[in-house]
Design a protein. Structure first.
Length: 268
């Protein structure tokens, strides 16, 4: 976290239930039903993946809210039924169903909503813009922040960047060799998912890589553009401070909490 401006840097992982974490992250014998309680006190954000596969009940969101510290934040992967479709413009009912399923129970702990698209989903400007227009600005009085996870090479275009910026939608910077990786900023916050943790390293990454992540996070937070990242367009001028979300996802998942905590220590 940063005390010099209102923007924050949050570092976390995907989910909190993972068998290998029970012998290298959670204390021995820690109750499974209290894993969120523990993880949320070691990390500052968690991306919930279960919401991608099925709708959760309002009571479940309230339970997650109450199990975590006051300054904790969840990001949510939106239902796959909103994005895994041939015609995105027809997703209105699914988008509404997800947004109104109880996410507002998280209150101030509701972070960005991730709309993840299949690797086979190509960029079709008219249909994609029709989908983005379906994303509501608020639910139950809570402002919503939307981030698009596009995973087809056709999105690496100035036309896509202009579309996302036009509607104030952020774009996931996927740090991976398996999906298109570009760090062009399209929204008012940064959302980075890195998939490069190494099972042979206790902290998942080398100290040098973690130092680089820390430098990038601070630059993003302060409205600057880190050098050396893949982009479609040239670096823009400095912007206002921005919230930054960094997740250690996939890769050597068993090392994700250690990597996230190591990065947090560098940012403290």
């Amino acid at each position: 976290m940063n005390a010099t401006n209102t923007a924050s840097i949050r570092v976390g992982v995907g989910g909190w239930t993972f068998e290998p974490w029970r012998n290298n992250f959670y204390p021995p014998g820690w109750p499974h039903e209290r894993e969120l309680e523990y993880a949320s006190r070691k990390l500052s954000v968690i991306e919930i993946n279960g919401t991608y596969y099925s709708l959760q009940k309002p009571a479940t969101y309230a339970k997650w809210r109450d199990a975590t510290p006051a300054d904790f934040v969840f990001s949510l992967k939106a239902s796959r039924f909103t994005t895994n479709r041939r015609v995105l413009a027809e997703a209105g009912e699914s988008v509404e169903r997800f947004v109104n399923s109880g996410v507002a129970e998280l209150g101030p702990k509701l972070g960005p909503i991730v709309w993840q698209f299949a690797p086979t989903k190509r960029f079709e400007p008219a249909d994609f813009e029709a989908f983005v227009k379906l994303l509501p600005a608020q639910v139950a009085g809570l402002p919503l922040r939307h981030v698009l996870e596009v995973r087809h090479e056709s999105f690496k275009s100035a036309a896509y960047l202009a579309l996302a910026r036009r509607h104030g939608a952020a774009t996931v910077f996927t740090d991976s060799d398996d999906y298109p990786s570009f760090a062009d900023v399209t929204g008012s916050f940064i959302y980075c998912r890195t998939m490069r943790t190494d099972p042979g390293l206790a902290e998942g990454c080398t100290p040098e890589v973690l130092d680089q992540f820390a430098a990038c996070a601070r630059a993003w937070r302060d409205g600057q553009e880190p050098s050396g990242l893949p982009r479609i367009e040239s670096e823009p001028a400095q912007t206002p401070p921005r919230d930054v979300f960094i997740f250690f996802i996939s890769g050597a998942k068993e090392r994700a909490p250690a990597a996230a905590m190591a990065l947090q220590r560098r940012l403290s």
